[in-house]
Design a protein around this ligand. Structure first.
Ligand SMILES: [Zn+2]
Length: 238
């Protein structure tokens, strides 16, 4: 009985941490952004360590706005963008693909101050397990699976659905660069570096993966997925 009580307290305090922050929206305060992301990283790390207690996973975050927006540095840090410091050209891109300034901000908040945080932790997990991150279509797919499953585990269905609705809307506006006769995976695997240089092309890669994973009914829950991943020699096939 005592144990059950303890578990309940742990679950409630984890939910409390998530309920208190404004993740998935843009921040006007860098300190608050950093603090909320640190909390998320702690939640994520605790979830991982419950599944794989021996894993070495000690990741920090830093608010540092660059044109790359959000990324894992390949070592110990997730780099975070702050909307107030995003360059005008990139703000304009978000405004254009969304259709208005208001929506542009909303999309930035949803993805860069929300969805992509555990995505970057997915890359950090790949690094922790494999010793390196293999940049490419497959690594992005893996990170997107980790992110969607982890947010589901946190009960963030509503926020994921918002991301899903926007990705579908945006994809209608972005031309698909895949030539006839090739699958998107083949194309992006062969042209990954070039794709990363163009936000409209890279957006197609990311958002197509999001939709595919979101709609994939065969995926297990986060714990099962991580357990399978940790127990296999190579990355899971998509
Ligand atoms: Zn990524």
């Amino acid at each position: 009985m005592k144990n059950h009580y303890l578990i309940l307290v742990v679950i409630c305090s984890a939910n409390f941490l998530l309920a208190q922050n404004q993740i998935f929206t843009i921040y006007h305060d860098k300190v608050a952004l950093q603090k909320d992301v640190e909390n998320l990283i702690e939640l994520f790390s605790n979830d991982l360590k419950k599944i794989e207690p021996t894993i070495s996973f000690d990741i920090k975050s830093r608010v540092n706005t660059t044109p790359y927006l959000i990324y894992y540095d390949g070592k110990t840090e997730v780099n975070l963008p702050f909307w107030g410091e995003v360059i005008p050209e990139q703000k304009e891109f978000f405004n254009q693909i969304s259709g208005s300034q208001e929506k542009g901000k909303e999309i930035f908040g949803l993805f860069f101050n929300g969805f992509y945080i555990p995505h970057e932790l997915g890359h950090a997990l790949e690094h922790a397990k494999e010793g390196h991150v293999e940049n490419g279509y497959k690594s992005e797919y893996f990170a997107n699976v980790v992110a969607i499953l982890w947010w589901r585990k946190q009960g963030k269905e509503k926020e994921l659905k918002k991301c899903y609705d926007y990705t579908r809307e945006i994809l209608k506006k972005l031309p698909n660069p895949t030539p006839e006769g090739q699958t998107m995976e083949q194309y992006f695997t062969e042209n990954y570096h070039a794709a990363t240089q163009d936000p409209a092309v890279y957006g197609v890669l990311q958002f197509s993966q999001f939709i595919k994973i979101y709609e994939d009914k065969t995926l297990p829950d986060f714990d099962r997925f991580i357990l399978n991943y940790m127990n296999q020699m190579t990355k899971p096939k998509k």
